[in-house]
Design a protein around this ligand. Structure first.
Ligand SMILES: [Zn+2]
Ligand SMILES: [Zn+2]
Length: 153
């Protein structure tokens, strides 16, 4: 049953968008150094956590911007239309898994990063942690996640 302590909250800068998620249902956490994430965050990388949509509750309406990923999937990044904070993204082809931007959590101290994506486009001023698993490009995790998803049902 639902354990209250496992609920984590987050929000955009202005508070128009807020959410809660089940910490115990987070699949994995990653740094993504792809150029699209660099541009959309204005930083060296995006830090994202993967979670099934059914353990994520969103309040407010995000504005979405879509790009085509390196494997041809369509990545939709959701922003607060008022303050512009990037809150989450997902692949249009796999909408059941969402990628929450870790920095929007009210408390992100519990996050453990599993791997780095697209280290090939990481910059010297933002070097990836090489002690964890690194993928030079696309990690191909989509297939892996589909397997994980099945185990939830
Ligand atoms: Zn906002
Ligand atoms: Zn990326």
């Amino acid at each position: 049953m639902k354990d209250k302590s496992s609920n984590q909250s987050g929000r955009c800068q202005c508070g128009d968008i807020s959410y809660s998620l089940r910490k115990d249902k987070v699949i994995s956490c990653h740094h993504c150094h792809c150029k699209d994430c660099q541009r959309s965050t204005g930083s060296g990388k995006a830090t994202i956590l993967f979670i099934s949509k059914k353990y994520f509750n969103l309040k407010g309406d995000l504005k979405y911007f879509q790009t085509t990923g390196s494997m041809g999937s369509h990545i939709r990044r959701g922003f607060c239309p008022n303050c512009g904070s990037g809150v989450l993204s997902y692949a249009k082809e796999m909408p059941k898994i969402i990628y929450v931007k870790a920095g929007t959590l009210d408390d992100s101290s519990w996050i453990n990063i599993d791997s780095n994506f697209f280290t090939g486009s990481a910059d010297d001023w933002n070097r990836p942690d090489m002690t964890i698993k690194c993928y030079k490009g696309n990690p191909g995790v989509i297939a892996g996640i589909k397997t994980i998803l099945k185990s939830f049902n």
